[in-house]
Design a binder for this molecule. Sequence first.
Ligand SMILES: Cc1cc2nc3c(=O)[nH]c(=O)nc-3n(C[C@H](O)[C@H](O)[C@H](O)COP(=O)(O)O)c2cc1C
Length: 407
Amino acid sequence: MAQLQDKLILPNGVEIKNRFFKAAMSEGMADKNNSPTEKLVRLYERWAESESGIVVTGNVMVDKTALGEPRNVVVENEKDLDLLKRWAKAGTKNATHLWMQINHPGKQVFKGIVKEAVAPSQVEFEPKLQRYFPVARELQEKEILDIIQRFATTAKIAKKAGFSGVQLHGAHGYLISQFLSPRHNKRTDQWGGSLENRMRFLLEIYKRVRDEVGHSFPIGVKLNSADFMKAGFSEEEALQVIKTLDQLGIDLIEISGGSYESPNMTGLNVKESTKKREAYFLEFATEARKISQAPLVVTGGFRTLSGMQEAILEGATSMIGLARPMAVYPHLPKEMLEGKRESIELKPRKTGIKLIDQTAMLELTWYSNQLERIGKGKDTKASLSPKVALIQTLWKNGLDVFQMRRV
Ligand SMILES: Cc1cc2nc3c(=O)[nH]c(=O)nc-3n(C[C@H](O)[C@H](O)[C@H](O)COP(=O)(O)O)c2cc1C
């Protein structure tokens, strides 16, 4: 039976030093040209001291004209190779694996950030969110092929820069998950319709990336257990996708769930019975285990050492995914492994403004602020007021959006 401090050997033979996995958190720390900055170097240097087996970067975009947020890092050519090398070197200290998460937001992008949003099909957001998101244009096949190639190019550059793996972002309502979802993908060509067709986009990306980086370089995928929307991507379908990825030789599958429309990944909308098991997607992972050999990571909700130990011991997951805890306690795995901390408490962040509190927005904002503090060389601040965090982010991103509009 495995323990948290045990090594994990991936299917391709790559060794991970223990079972802690720092999950992706979008940092918003690129400069205005979407290049990496010294703040990112400092942030990942701190996490490389955390004793995490794998640290995944926040989502890095494959196309400058398709940003998810204003200050995303974009890697579409080698112009920032030296900066990427500095980032990779800092983040891989102490035998830490640093994997670049690669993403395309599709239509899940706030109005004003990009000139035109694209998606598998022209399907609008839930009415309550429509004023924040543009109506996307349906992608043409040649654009789909271009995006597939872009994922491969970004992965190739990540490898060249010294990142030790990549993770394809197939969860949370971004482009790959839009293709997977029958609610968002209404195409009638080879990219839509049956599950086989809807998963084609993800599989083609995986195969192209594999061709570029080779067998010994780890490729992971973050996948929704479901998107928790009416007529959306279901758990049965997710299991089929996991089985197929496993057969193709994927190295690691991270399990999450939800999207901006139904933000289950942060614990909103999650059933009380599920929350009692601490991590939100453990039950699904137990099912996935039965049909796939690929190592799994469950992310979402882990807060206690005993909960983490139990999940590893019972074999429901191979690694423990931690996002928000690592923003406030950047050395949490080390503290737990050394017996210095048993648990942490993270309260839901609320402003009192109903619309903001209903979505995951404030969660993201408050935690981004903590990352910003680490990037500036400061300590994190658990007592930071949610309203102050919101105002700071609106101020920063508000100006960025204005600048984008003028480009
Ligand atoms: C500030 C912030 C940014 C996030 N950005 C990303 C991201 O870029 N990619 C991703 O896959 N998930 C992202 N997430 C989701 C987390 O990886 C994770 O799935 C979620 O927070 C649940 O895990 P936790 O309970 O350990 O925080 C983000 C979460 C937060 C709080």
